[in-house]
Design a binder for this molecule. Structure first.
Ligand SMILES: [Zn+2]
Length: 61
Protein backbone atom coordinates (compact mmCIF):
# COMPACT_ATOMS: atom_id res chain seq x y z
CA UNK A 1 0.00 0.00 0.00
CA UNK A 2 1.34 3.42 -0.86
CA UNK A 3 1.81 6.14 1.73
CA UNK A 4 -0.83 8.15 -0.02
CA UNK A 5 -3.35 5.33 0.24
CA UNK A 6 -2.53 4.94 3.94
CA UNK A 7 -2.97 8.64 4.50
CA UNK A 8 -6.31 8.52 2.76
CA UNK A 9 -7.39 5.64 4.98
CA UNK A 10 -6.28 7.50 8.08
CA UNK A 11 -8.24 10.61 7.13
CA UNK A 12 -11.36 8.63 6.28
CA UNK A 13 -11.10 6.70 9.53
CA UNK A 14 -11.06 10.05 11.31
CA UNK A 15 -14.35 10.83 9.62
CA UNK A 16 -13.00 13.64 7.49
CA UNK A 17 -14.64 13.75 4.09
CA UNK A 18 -13.49 17.17 3.02
CA UNK A 19 -9.97 16.54 1.78
CA UNK A 20 -8.10 16.30 -1.45
CA UNK A 21 -4.68 15.44 -2.74
CA UNK A 22 -2.36 17.77 -4.57
CA UNK A 23 0.33 15.49 -5.94
CA UNK A 24 1.65 13.89 -2.75
CA UNK A 25 0.34 16.57 -0.45
CA UNK A 26 -2.85 16.11 1.52
CA UNK A 27 -5.08 19.18 1.69
CA UNK A 28 -7.64 19.43 4.49
CA UNK A 29 -9.61 22.60 5.18
CA UNK A 30 -7.10 24.62 3.19
CA UNK A 31 -4.18 23.26 5.20
CA UNK A 32 -1.51 21.27 3.41
CA UNK A 33 0.07 18.23 5.02
CA UNK A 34 3.15 16.41 3.90
CA UNK A 35 2.68 12.64 3.98
CA UNK A 36 5.57 10.86 5.67
CA UNK A 37 6.29 7.32 6.65
CA UNK A 38 6.17 6.83 10.41
CA UNK A 39 8.58 4.39 11.93
CA UNK A 40 7.80 4.84 15.62
CA UNK A 41 6.97 1.14 15.94
CA UNK A 42 3.93 1.70 18.17
CA UNK A 43 1.57 -1.29 17.89
CA UNK A 44 -1.36 0.90 16.90
CA UNK A 45 0.65 2.97 14.44
CA UNK A 46 -0.72 2.99 10.93
CA UNK A 47 2.69 3.78 9.48
CA UNK A 48 1.83 7.19 8.19
CA UNK A 49 2.32 10.62 9.65
CA UNK A 50 0.93 13.92 8.46
CA UNK A 51 3.13 16.95 8.88
CA UNK A 52 1.56 20.34 8.60
CA UNK A 53 3.12 22.55 5.98
CA UNK A 54 3.15 26.30 6.18
CA UNK A 55 0.31 27.81 4.23
CA UNK A 56 2.69 30.51 3.05
CA UNK A 57 6.39 30.59 2.40
CA UNK A 58 8.25 31.55 5.55
CA UNK A 59 9.55 34.74 3.99
CA UNK A 60 6.03 36.17 3.94
CA UNK A 61 5.32 35.56 7.62
ZN1 LIG B 1 4.12 5.79 14.11
Amino acid sequence: MTLKARAQEKVERAGIANYSFDQDVLVMCGVRYAIEACECGEPDCDGVRLRKKSAFPRILQ
